[in-house]
Ligand binder design. Structure first.
Ligand code: ZN
Ligand code: ZN
Length: 170
């Protein structure tokens, strides 16, 4: 995924990318099975290129609580500085960016593919829930409490106790 920088004017430039996971070498296991949309705002300042990206897509995930598949809306941003190799960036400035990438004088393009892939991997939720109200599985009978009642709720009565109870009651 490349942006041509040869003869680019100073200032802001906007780009849109519509692509799929294989375009940025994302493995299937991440669940990014839907079209991915990326808006990029690139600011050229001399030999430096500041890339602000906004990613939007969906992913097929598995709920942590009920173990059912669901589709998650994924949105994330990236902020990356592409600067000349050898240029010293003070650590406090470097800390503002997610990544500082090095380019060489005369480079015709910058390749944002690796950073897009990285951003998508990190954008996956840590806690995965099909819905905030997901009731999960019963830890005893395994019933999916979103769709069926728990079978543990029905009291299991040993017939011998039942007989004893009758005896005590009489
Ligand atoms: Zn769930
Ligand atoms: Zn149960």
């Amino acid at each position: 995924m490349k942006i041509a920088i040869a003869n680019l004017e100073e200032g802001e430039h906007e780009y849109q990318f519509d692509f799929v996971r294989t375009d940025v070498e994302l493995e299937e296991a991440y669940g990014y099975d839907y079209p991915i949309h990326l808006e990029v705002r690139l600011t050229k300042m001399g030999d430096e290129y500041l890339v602000r990206g906004k990613l939007r897509t969906r992913a097929n995930l598995i709920c942590d609580r009920c173990a059912e598949p669901y589709v998650a809306e994924i949105e994330d941003q990236m902020l990356i500085l592409y600067t000349l190799s050898g240029k010293v960036i003070p650590p406090e400035e470097e800390a503002q960016y997610e990544e500082v990438r090095r380019i060489n004088p005369g480079d015709m393009e910058i390749d944002i593919g690796d950073d897009v892939r990285q951003t998508l991997i990190l954008a996956l939720p840590w806690k995965r829930l099909c819905s905030p109200e997901c009731r999960g599985l019963c830890p005893r009978c395994g019933a999916n409490l979103n769709v069926e009642p728990c079978r543990c709720a029905e009291p299991v009565v040993d017939p011998r106790w039942e007989a004893l109870k009758k005896l005590l009651e009489s």
